[in-house]
Design a protein around this ligand. Sequence first.
Ligand SMILES: *Cc1c(COP(=O)(O)O)cnc(C)c1O
Length: 360
Amino acid sequence: MSRVYNFSAGPAVLPEEVLKEAADEMMDYRGCGMSVMEMSHRSKVYDTIIKEAEQDLRDLMKIPDNYKVLFLQGGASQQFAAIPMNLMKNRKAGYIVTGQWAKKAYQEAKIYGEAVELASSADQTFSYIPDCSDLDIPDDLDYVYICENNTIYGTKYKTLPNTKGKTLVADVSSCFLSEPVDVEKYGVIYGGVQKNIGPAGVVIVIIREDLITDDVLPGTPTMLKYKIHADNDSLYNTPPCYGIYICGKVFKWLKKMGGLEVMKQRNIEKAQILYDFLDQSSLFKGTVRKEDRSLMNVPFVTGNDELDAKFVKEAKEAGFENLKGHRTVGGMRASIYNAMPKEGVEKLVAFMKKFEEENA
Ligand SMILES: *Cc1c(COP(=O)(O)O)cnc(C)c1O
């Protein structure tokens, strides 16, 4: 067996410990003679798996009791519709457009009501986070929507927008559990787990209870009603059972590592190694305004497309996978999620140094 350093933006690297444990339990989950993949989602054994997963997530994020945790399907992209369908009581919401995912959510919301672009960083290819301390927030907005960490462009909000009392909704797909968060500042926090938590197929929605109502837009499918899933503890229909089980293992791994404060320190340390190198490199350059840099997704370029391609190719040969930037932006991107060991980043930087010397 040989494992590479996987810098994929998602689906992405998972802790080896978790993969090994899942492998050990594959044929016979703790004496029940079957795999978690094969068991009823209504069984006692599975009930314990999903309840423990929820409790561990609650512990990690210190989720207050008046928030529900929902394990859903359809990816983050399905939430682009579910959010307006459930929350647009006045049919009007504000969107801060800081990248492709925020833009897609904004465009989807327009199907259901008036989506107001409150701010955007499109003018500089989404390389920064706009100042959101004093936005013009219309009084009748149902919520303000952000994408907190922009996976493709590598920016992250260091302070949350001043929503002037409006409910904040955040897509945290690519920064989920990367650092502590103050859940109470949000009405909804959600994300696909395949970036920083688990296998594709699970989306976690953390939502304040007063936002869960029967008063949804006409035509909202049953499966997109938060209330249905909340009332049924995410077991209205068959949930993505195996994915939730792996997420649960990752939550336990995070607890064992010391929790989100420790993860944040580790993530800062890891990202610093890469950013420090980029800042002094004569060949590679980061593409994001320094104060808005993501700890999770680090885009960089040489400024020469051919050299970029050569780098990606040679890096792959050396065991560093998935460093190609998003197809819409080119260049390179190293995603260094929780499960990427520090050693992986150090070795990548050593490889970049060597490449720089060889191509000076
Ligand atoms: C990947 C990603 C998405 C899309 O997730 P899907 O699960 O593929 O729908 C949405 N938002 C962000 C921030 C992402 O990184």
